[in-house]
Write a protein that binds this ligand. Structure first.
Ligand code: PGA
Ligand code: ZN
Length: 427
């Protein structure tokens, strides 16, 4: 048995796809580098996320530097972890949580703790000679349906579209590889349609690779997606269904308690009615953050009213306490899984486990600020979650995740099952 004691932990400041600094951490075992991981970052963030520690020095990266977080890894976190068994992920994560001592990881920084936590997981897998997904779960076999973010608005683009993400789910594919082929075929048709109506400039993309067009409201993007699906020769509702991340916080008016969408004002009930009309016309299978992040009651009403997956992102922030509140009230029926919202792998996995036990789905997600690190691809397979939101495969920080899933699909071979239409409950 080789030595599995941590001998060194180091971090550095690297950059993400926006050119913003983020933390990369390395974990050494028995004198050798065994695990490395990068920390993602959001732009459309929830108010209840764990604290991302940034330097705040306006003279450097306009305050966005992460040198303090890096120093916390190199000093306190390293001192604490040296000598610990790298395969004891839970013990390590709980030790770091206690070392930080705050409820939101604001002392050391959730980015510092998560960098170490994810690098520990990779190092543990390497020490055991296993790919990360199998190290985390010996019984994993589900390849997820990708939620393909075709049209972007909200905080992730510079256009007037309030709703953040209009998504196509290729549920009729028979493998992940096939799902990617379908996606690109449909996207090429969408591109032609966008150029035809809005010109070539409208095919510039937002943070997650979807087109950032001058479209408006909620209906027009669906008209385009529907036409693109048809032109690509796929059957809407059967082979392809739709999803959205409404990110409703960003168009909710707190003072008036109303939502402003495409020049109209909606209260909660009117908005739920609008969503119902949309679902009557198009096969919408999943909606994320359809209401603002404090409206658990509204989420419960809407989950009851609409026969589809309702995902809590800003609502739950991968936090088991907020998820518990949602489950108690019947708010949503799925949790978005973003490791940096809570700041350690163990706590994120615990929240997912709790979701499953309560018949809630789990959708693993990218952040808008990603690096080329594909760790969420291993996590989505480890969780048998059945669904991943990881952007359009048109830029490196997104393709890395899709390409990793292709590798995993090949490694699992005949044991792999593409979640397809069972994406919400694959297990
Ligand atoms: P974020 O956006 O990573 O900027 O939070 C993605 C989302 O809201 O799901
Ligand atoms: Zn979201």
């Amino acid at each position: 048995m080789s030595n599995s004691r941590i001998s060194k932990v180091v971090a550095r400041e690297i950059i993400d796809c926006r050119g913003w600094p983020t933390v990369q951490a390395d974990v050494w075992v028995d004198g050798k580098l065994k695990g490395r991981a990068d920390v993602p970052a959001g732009r459309s963030t929830g108010a209840h996320e764990a604290h991302e520690l940034r330097d705040g020095d306006p003279g450097r990266y306009r305050g966005l530097g992460v040198l303090k977080a890096v120093e916390h890894v190199n000093m306190e976190i390293q001192q604490t972890l040296i000598g610990m068994d790298v395969t004891e992920q839970r013990k390590i994560d709980m030790t770091l949580k206690a070392l930080d001592g705050t409820p939101d990881k604001s002392r050391l920084g959730a980015n510092a703790i998560l960098g170490a936590s994810l690098a520990v997981a990779r190092a543990g897998a390497a020490v055991c000679g296993l790919p990360l997904y199998r190290y985390l779960n010996s019984n994993c076999y589900v390849l997820p349906v990708p939620l393909m973010n075709f049209l972007n608005g909200g905080k992730l683009t510079a256009n007037d579209l309030e709703i953040q993400e209009f998504i196509i789910m290729p549920v009729g594919a028979d493998s992940y590889q096939h799902a990617l082929a379908m996606t690109t075929e449909i996207n090429e048709h969408l591109r032609d349609l966008v150029i035809e109506k809005y010109g070539i400039l409208a095919t510039n993309t937002g943070d997650e690779g979807g087109f950032a067009t001058p479209m408006h409201g909620i209906w027009e993007p669906f008209e385009f997606m529907s036409k693109a699906v048809e032109k690509a020769g796929y059957k809407e509702g059967d082979e392809v269904v739709y999803a959205m991340d409404l990110a409703a916080n960003s168009w909710f008016n707190r003072k008036k308690n109303t939502y402003a969408l495409d020049g109209k004002t909606y209260d909660r009930e009117a908005l739920i009615e609008l969503y119902g009309q949309l679902a009557d016309k198009y096969p919408v299978a999943s909606m994320e953050d359809p209401l603002h992040e404090e409206d658990f009651k509204g989420f419960a009403k809407l989950t009851e009213a609409l026969d589809m997956q309702i995902v809590g992102d800003d609502l739950f922030v991968t936090n088991i306490e907020r998820l518990r509140q949602g489950i108690d009230m019947g708010a949503a029926n799925a949790m978005l899984f973003k490791v940096n919202q809570i700041g350690s792998l163990t706590e994120a996995l615990d929240a997912a486990e709790f979701a499953y036990r309560n018949q809630y789905g789990v959708q693993v997600s990218e952040r808008s600020g990603e690096t080329e690190d594909p760790i969420i691809s291993d996590l989505v397979v480890a969780l048998n979650s059945g669904q991943i939101k990881t952007g359009m495969p048109v830029r490196g920080e997104r393709t890395s995740k899709h390409n990793r899933l292709l590798q995993i699909e090949e490694e699992l071979g005949a044991g792999a099952v593409y979640a397809g239409r069972n994406f919400a409950r694959p297990q």
